[in-house]
Each structure stands twice: as C-alpha cells, then as structure tokens.
Design a protein. Structure first.
Length: 382
C-alpha cells in the first residue's frame, strides 16, 4: 500500500504536548509582558544549564546569534572568518552582516564537517598579521565537528571559535555539549530544529560573563539600562511567547533526540546492504540526528523515485557557498573544495522526526531497496 510521507511533520508534535504548550502561551498572554521578561530569563537559565554553559542570551534567530557573537568578540570590517562551503547560507550571511569576510576550507568526507587539517593548511599559508580573527565550525546535521584539533589550532593562532550549533541541540563532543566548547555557541530555534519554536528565535551560549553582558546590550539597541545606550546595538530579541514554548519543549528534547537515534539506527539496518553511503557517527561524537543524510551518485533519480511513491525528501544543501550567485565575489573557482562540491551532488535528506512511525520507516526502506532492485543506484563510492 502506497503512503504519503512528508519530509517534516510539525502538527503531530504540537498535539502530543498541546496541553503544556497552551498553558505556557496562556501564561504569557495573561501576564501582559511580551518582550524580555521572566520567560526569556528562565529559558536562558535553563538552556545554559542544559548546554553546560555559564550563560545564554536569547536573540531573534540563529543568524543573529552568529552575527552578534562575532560582533561581541570584536570581529568586524577588515577581518576574515573561516568556515566551510557546505553550510547553510545563513552562516555566511551572519559573517557578512558582522562586516567580516567569509573564508572557506574543505570538509572531512566521512562527517562533512570542517577538516582540521585543511584549516591548519590554510592558516600555514597566511602571512602575519593574520586577517583571520575567528573560526566557525559547523555542527552539521546534528554531528559535532572535530573540536579538539580545531580549538588547538585556534589557540596557536589566537583566533576566536564561534560554534554554529544551529542543527545540534543536545549533541556532544567527547561527552561535552556542543555550544559550550568555544568562545560562543550559536543555536537556532527555527520550527524544524530538534528544539524548535513556533516562529524564529536564537540563542548564544557563552562561558564569559563579560561577553554575555555585551551580547545583552547588542541585542537591545546597545542599552546598558533603559534609554542609556553604551554601544551600537540592534533589535534582536527572543520574545516571551517563544521562550515559554521553548521551555516546555526543552523538557522533551532528550526524549525526542533518543527517538531520532532509534530511527537513524533503523534506517542503518534497512539500508546497510544498499549502495548508498550512509551517515556515520564519529567516535568522538553523540550525534542527535537533526537530519539523516545519505549519499548516492544517482541522487536525483533516487529522489524522484521516492517522490513517485509519496515520500518527500530534501537536499541540505544543493549548492556549496562559493557556487551561490550572491557569493561569487569570494572568488573561489569550481574545484576549490572537492569534498564539499562532490557531496553537494550526492546528498539526500530522508524524513526523520520523532513522530515518524515504524510503518513509515519500513516503507521508506522498502522503496529505496526497490530502487536498487530496479537499477536506480550504482556502486558505492566517495
């Protein structure tokens, strides 16, 4: 029997916790206080404890979290920020909005996260004083980047490390929550994230109270107290409604992440003898499976085959940054980042959310195996 399986399902999750959510929303509406109040303060405290960070500062989006973290660290015009070419474009947008220039290094073929050796090789070619002032490793798809060598390189060169943890709520590196390893950790609460709100929202986690204080000013016009502006700031505030909703959902996050891990393991079992390159969990990592991303040299054909059978998929992301029209000015030629470039032609994200049923998972596996049997895939390769 053919099914219709969406790539993502948000309504079911809301219905499973509807009473808690509705009570939280009603509490905010009845309070009459909607911006930077008790809910935001409580969520910042609770999320900081969850992330093993000293403090958290709520902002308007994950993009703003990265932008403001860079600004708070003193990074701006004339500076370079090193990141990867296979990230979501908002990572790059944030660097540019901070006034800095993005510089790219290639990724590890197994994890698709920043390759520390490529990072080191790039820095070894640069003359001093370095234009690079920060590194943004991206914890892609819920998989932590290899932070120990990245942090070691950063210390050697005196660079700041801003973690892009927008897809990695609850992921761990060597037993430590991501977002608390560098100078700042940046999170998005876009609705499809493992911890998602019902609108935009973001957070910066830090272990330096002075940095946290500067972030609080930056997000609110640069105010050190009401109507007294100490620095140039902006309007980037997590609102009370989203904070109240996220407080409820944070209590369920570990259970939802555990369910994602079960689903990923089931996909592994169903697809292990196909020609797909399956995602891996690095030895140093606790992967929280924001996305389950397979690779196939016949990706487009496989995606169409799945769509023909009612299964919606997505591609994260179809173009590396330096292929994007908006970033041609970075002046990287095609072939500059062979791993990221090849991955972009092969990756396919399968449906993965806690509400996905065993029957749906079995059906997805069956349809993919059917594609193999009909010659829809070719030999494994990287």
């Amino acid at each position: 029997m053919e099914m219709q399986i969406p790539f993502f399902e948000l309504k079911k999750q809301y219905l499973s916790i509807q009473e808690e959510i509705d009570q939280a929303v009603a509490r905010v509406l009845q309070s009459g206080w909607y911006i930077l109040g008790r809910e935001v303060e409580a969520f910042e405290t609770e999320f900081a404890a969850y992330c093993q960070a000293r403090a958290c500062v709520g902002v308007a989006s994950g993009t703003d979290a990265i932008r403001l973290a860079l600004t708070a660290c003193g990074i701006g015009a004339g500076d370079e920020v090193i990141t990867v070419p296979n990230t979501a474009v908002p990572t790059i947008v944030a660097i540019c909005l901070a006034g800095a220039k993005p510089v790219l290094v290639d990724v590890d073929p197994a994890t698709m996260t920043m390759d520390p050796e490529r990072l080191k090789a790039y820095l070894e070619t640069q003359s001093t004083p370095l234009k690079a002032k920060a590194i943004i490793p991206v914890h892609l798809y819920g998989q932590p980047a290899d932070m120990e060598p990245i942090l070691e390189i950063a210390r050697f060169y005196g660079l700041r490390v801003i973690e892009d943890a927008c897809q990695a709520h609850g992921a761990e590196y060597q037993g430590i929550k991501v977002g608390s390893l560098g100078d700042a950790g940046c999170f998005s609460f876009y609705p499809t994230k493992n911890l998602g709100g019902y609108g935009d929202g973001g957070m910066v986690a830090v272990n330096d109270e002075k940095l946290a204080s500067r972030l609080r000013m930056l997000r609110n016009y640069g105010e050190e107290k009401k109507y007294y502006n100490a620095i140039l700031g902006c309007n980037s505030r997590l609102d009370e409604l989203q904070a109240a909703i996220l407080r409820v959902k944070l209590r369920h996050l570990d259970a939802w992440n555990s369910q994602r891990k079960i689903i990923a393991a089931r996909y592994h079992s169903l697809l292990s003898d196909t020609d797909l390159i399956l995602p891996t969990e690095a030895s140093y990592a606790k992967h929280i499976w924001h996305l389950y991303v397979v690779r196939s040299p016949n990706r487009d054909r496989l995606q169409q085959h799945l769509a023909d059978h009612g299964i919606l998929t997505s591609i994260h992301y179809p173009l590396p940054v330096h292929y994007q029209k908006a970033y041609q000015w970075l002046d990287y030629p095609r072939g500059a980042f062979p791993v990221a470039e090849r991955c972009s032609t092969e990756i396919l994200s399968l449906p993965l959310y806690p509400e996905l049923t065993d029957e749906q998972i079995e059906y997805i596996g069956q349809v993919i195996r059917q594609a193999k049997a009909s010659g829809g895939k070719e030999r494994r390769g990287r």
